[in-house]
Ligand binder design. Structure first.
Ligand code: NAI
Length: 331
């Protein structure tokens, strides 16, 4: 079975090669998959795509025209796929449901600590021989209330880690979180989480319901000086509203690993380009904002797991076995 792997970076190739075998014939393309690049899929049986590839109706229709019947996502999130169009076009979508929730949870904690103790400033200061502590005052996590939105694999790991710091944990999830009670995490309505949390961390999927859930209204309900962390998906936050809340000092700290229009920026070196996204550039001017470029998942263990599961998904499709990691369309 011939598979076109899109959005391939050297580290992806390295990881996939490790799990490559005679069952699948992989060809690597650095370009992202979208309507303009879909033609590369001609002559292949399946494609593999990543988080910011555009799998809207137009791209899927092109893939269907070339006879592609499987898209193997190398990620967990699938907000970039039009599942309804895929179902109509008889294209199956599989994903890697969990590669390393630990990687994302650990990065989330890293962002929180770096912000609170201003490690990103301290690093530069000390290298320049500036040992002044002015402006580096942090706060103890011990005794603080943390609100976790989305009590899934990653959210619960973040909660467990913060509990060990001595934080009180509030959780919001539309579904009953059975293990929350056992672990002493309080499942509360969103309004209560907003009102009581010193730190709020987003770990729910991006859906029609959660799109821009952190908007002006939500930000208004939060405590002054709140720390907001997003390692979920960029679209969860209305960036304009966030900038306004940063300017008014309502929000005291922001840590982002994802950004709503990251597709035009992330995973590439733009250091010699003029960045045209003014919203993004404005965010970077705040001294209390720390942005990483969708690297929360990026550990050895996660890359290995992504490669292994992707190959398993492809082989299952080849032999028409049950696709354990299929995402089906439901209204
Ligand atoms: P999961 O599926 O285990 O958990 C998601 C949780 O969100 C579930 O408990 C679900 O009930 C809850 N949820 C659904 N709708 C909600 C709503 N409206 N409000 C609050 N909670 C809601 O997913 P997992 O593995 O914990 O991943 C969470 C998210 O993290 C993914 O959807 C993905 O977008 C993001 N992610 C980010 C990565 C990165 O590198 N930055 C890497 C992997 C995932």
């Amino acid at each position: 079975m011939k598979v076109a792997i899109f959005s391939t970076k050297p580290y992806d190739k390295e990881a996939l090669r490790h799990y490559d075998n005679d069952e699948v014939d992989l060809s690597y393309f650095e370009v992202p998959l979208n309507i303009a690049t879909a033609h590369y899929a001609q002559g292949f049986d399946a494609v593999s795509a990543f988080v910011n590839d555009d799998l809207g109706e137009a791209t899927l229709a092109k893939l269907a025209e070339y006879g592609i019947r499987l898209v193997a996502l190398r990620c967990a999130g699938f907000n970039n796929v039009d599942l309804e169009a895929a179902a109509k076009l008889d294209i199956k979508i599989v994903r890697v449901p969990a590669y390393s929730p630990y990687a994302v949870a650990e990065h989330t904690i890293g962002l929180m600590l770096a912000l609170s103790r201003k490690l990103y400033k301290a690093y530069n200061r000390v290298r320049e021989g500036n040992f002044s502590l002015n402006g580096l005052l942090g706060f103890d996590f011990h005794g603080k209330t943390v609100g976790i939105i989305g009590a899934g694999k990653i959210g619960l790991l973040v909660a467990e880690r913060l509990k060990a710091f001595g934080c009180e944990i509030l959780v919001y999830d539309p579904f009953l979180c059975k293990s929350c009670e056992e672990q002493g995490f309080k499942q509360v309505p969103l309004e209560q989480l907003y009102a009581e949390s010193h730190i709020i961390s987003l770990h729910c999927p991006l859906t029609r319901q959660t799109q821009n859930m952190i908007n002006e209204d939500a930000l208004d309900q939060m405590r002054a000086n709140v720390m907001l962390i997003n390692t979920g998906r960029g679209g969860l936050i209305d960036t304009r509203a966030l900038i306004k809340a940063l300017k008014s000092r309502k929000v005291g700290y922001v840590g982002l690993d994802v950004y709503e229009e990251e597709g035009a920026l992330f995973f590439e070196d733009h250091s010699n380009d003029i960045i045209l996204d003014d919203k993004f550039e404005r965010l970077l001017t705040f001294p209390n904002v720390l942005v990483t470029g969708h690297q929360a998942y990026f550990t050895h263990e996660a890359l290995e797991h992504i490669a292994e599961t992707t190959i398993q998904n492809l082989i299952a499709f080849k032999y028409q076995r049950k696709l354990d990691n299929e995402i089906s369309f439901s209204k």
